[in-house]
Write a protein that binds this ligand. Structure first.
Ligand code: BES
Ligand code: ZN
Ligand code: ZN
Length: 504
């Protein structure tokens, strides 16, 4: 992915290996910066557009060699379609396509002609979307034995005549989001024989150390001592030791408000005794995506110096069948003292999160937000590009919906009426972990909400968005998507403002 972004005036030195040129339908080369470029390139742009050798439909790309002194050595035309029907997702797709072409051409440094943003979008927003689409498309993950370190694009030079100081700041933050999105993707893509709860804890520790975040990891002894019966129970079928990771940014500033992020960290979800069917079971190595988002969000919050105490709580387990495994009908006692009857061992996420959310509540935070690949029903309801949001505080949820729009990581609110809280009440225990498939995103959330008490809490179900199975979106290669990092950071920034906290 992109490691470095710099800015320059669009002077066209002739040293550019490749210049990426965004072109809308009807773009005229008769004036402005494009005219200057066209003259340098002996009118080749004009010729290609007029003779319709390149139709600038959204996402279309063309690599063109230019053999002229003082002109860029190559151009990549990046078609953006009609300005009137411009959409951010299509634009990111186009940027990703341009990246793939640049990679094919083995260009290590690319120049981008940053101009022509549509009216309803600032140049900064235009640039951020380009960099995100471009950079995230270059992500790769492989465990092939013969993998050669392929050359890829590493540097972008942005040609613009606009104020660079504010752009530079925005771009810096974008690069940070991209870096942590890559980290989340790596964790989700890592096979579960490699990435166990212990490895996840070690990864959290090293990220925490790097970015000056306090990190504490509880092993099975501590988990049992603390009476976190749900985490202990789910882990019983596996030989892998469970871990509870607790990250704390600004731990030494007690006057700052506390915000808790909780992330589901199931490093493999076989379903346990309620075994899943085999199809797509391999994707369940990514059932720790919520945890990966939380680990990275706390690290990034520290790098951005977000003025709040941010506590990340990640219960990590492997959910396996086995001699010692949790069984349907078992009753477990959670950290809060409440009991849960297990009707499906495959509804394990809500079990471990029950412990984690009541543990989060003990910090007396202003808000708790959890990220979890929780229910198949959420994938059915909202598809693969929108995550579900539910919670007990509409002001908090409205803020999340707003931030989701800015992050281009969409959320859709699902209901959490009293009937769902009624449904999770148990027959022989305080609660049960399964109450029918109908509306099960809401009933799963209701179980979590029962452990959040009165604390403003929101749950983000990323079961549909954490994984891309086709790779048809250029910037979301097959595998982990890293969905949620940008959103989590925006949520933290918003919550860190006192005005927002007072409204909750
Ligand atoms: N990890 C799964 C949910 C999931 C499904 C995530 C598909 C990503 C893609 C969760 O633990 C689970 O198995 N949920 C079951 C619960 C059911 C048995 C009550 C579900 O939603 O089907
Ligand atoms: Zn499950
Ligand atoms: Zn699961």
């Amino acid at each position: 992915m992109i490691k470095k972004v710099s800015f320059a005036l669009p002077d066209f030195s002739g040293k550019e290996d490749v210049l990426i040129v965004p072109i809308f339908k009807g773009t005229s080369v008769s004036r402005g910066i494009l005219r200057k470029l066209d003259i340098l390139c002996a009118s080749i742009i004009d010729k290609y557009l007029k003779q319709i050798m390149f139709t600038p439909d959204m996402g279309e790309t063309l690599l063109l060699g230019i053999n002229r002194d003082g002109a860029p050595k190559n151009l990549i035309f990046m078609g953006l379609g009609d300005k009137a029907s411009f959409s951010t997702s299509k634009f990111m797709q186009a940027a990703g396509n341009a990246a793939k072409l640049a990679k094919k051409g083995r260009f290590e440094t690319c120049h981008f002609l940053c101009a022509g943003n549509p009216d309803r979008m600032t140049l900064a927003e235009f640039l951020v979307l380009f960099i995100k689409g471009f950079s995230l498309a270059l992500y790769t993950f492989s465990r092939k034995s013969d993998i050669k370190k392929e050359k890829s694009v590493e540097e972008l030079v942005i040609y613009t005549s606009k104020d660079k100081r504010s752009l530079r700041k925005t771009v810096q933050k974008t690069l940070l989001v991209i870096e942590h999105t890559g980290e989340v993707r790596d964790m989700v893509n890592a096979p579960s024989n490699e990435f166990t709860p212990s490895k996840m804890a070690a990864k959290a520790r090293s990220l925490a150390k790097k970015h000056n975040v306090h990190c504490r990891v509880l092993g099975i002894g501590d988990i049992k001592r603390q009476k976190m019966g749900a985490i202990a129970a789910v882990s019983k079928g596996s030989v892998k030791e469970p871990k509870l990771i607790v990250l704390h940014h600004n731990r030494h500033r007690p006057r700052l408000p506390v915000i808790c992020l909780v992330g589901k960290g199931v490093t493999f979800d076989s379903g346990g005794i309620s075994l899943k069917p085999w199809e797509h079971m391999e994707e369940m190595k990514g059932d720790m995506a919520g945890g990966a988002v939380v680990i990275n969000a706390v690290a990034a919050a520290a790098r951005l110096n977000i003025p709040a105490q941010v506590v990340g709580i990640i219960p990590c387990v492997e959910n396996m069948p086995g001699q010692r495994a949790l069984k349907p009908g078992d009753v477990i006692s959670t950290y809060s003292g409440k009991t849960i009857e297990v009707l499906s061992t495959d509804a394990e996420g809500r079990l471990i999160l029950s412990d984690a959310i009541s543990y989060a509540a003990s910090y007396e935070p202003k808000a708790i937000i959890d990220f979890a690949t929780l229910t198949g029903a959420c994938v059915i309801a909202l598809g693969k590009s929108i995550a579900g949001v539910l919670g007990n505080n509409q002001i908090l949820i409205n803020m999340l919906l707003n931030e989701a729009k800015s992050a281009h990581e969409n959320l859709w609110q699902l209901p959490l009426d009293d009937e769902f809280y009624e449904r999770v009440k148990g027959d022989i225990a305080d609660y049960k972990n399964f109450s029918g498939r109908d509306g099960s995103t809401s009933s799963a959330a209701a179980l979590l909400g029962s452990f959040a008490g009165d604390i403003p809490w929101a749950h983000i179900d990323i079961a549909g968005t954490f994984w891309s199975d086709s790779g048809s979106v250029s910037w979301k290669p097959k595998g982990g998507t890293g969905f949620g990092i940008d959103l989590a950071l925006r949520i933290l920034e918003s919550l860190a403002s006192r005005r927002m906290l007072q409204r909750l």
